[in-house]
Write a protein that binds this ligand. Sequence first.
Ligand code: FES
Length: 116
Amino acid sequence: MIHRSKVEEMAATGQPGERRNDLIPIGRGDLSVTVDGQAIRAKEGETVLTVLTALGQRAICRTDRALETGAWCGMGICYACQVLVDGRKARACQVRVGEGMQVRTRANIFEAAHSE
Ligand code: FES
């Protein structure tokens, strides 16, 4: 019989807002961030993109032509992972999570850039 940890059980059941795609479960996590209004546990040092990936969220950016994109390069070159972090546009793969951070995905980042 295979015994799974509580975190592995949660990952297997796939509750909404739960991290279910981590390669290594983070346990309780160190931080709390909000993604599209939902509180998510995160580990200090990880990026916004790893949190979104752990949530199974692949379409994270909306272009000025209303097309949704997701991360391509994972290293800051393609700009296909832009989200709003605390109201400012940012590449999800280049921003480390911080306590209380507010992340909004699929926001029109071009409108956000021009509204400042
Ligand atoms: S995934 Fe390419 S810039 Fe973030």
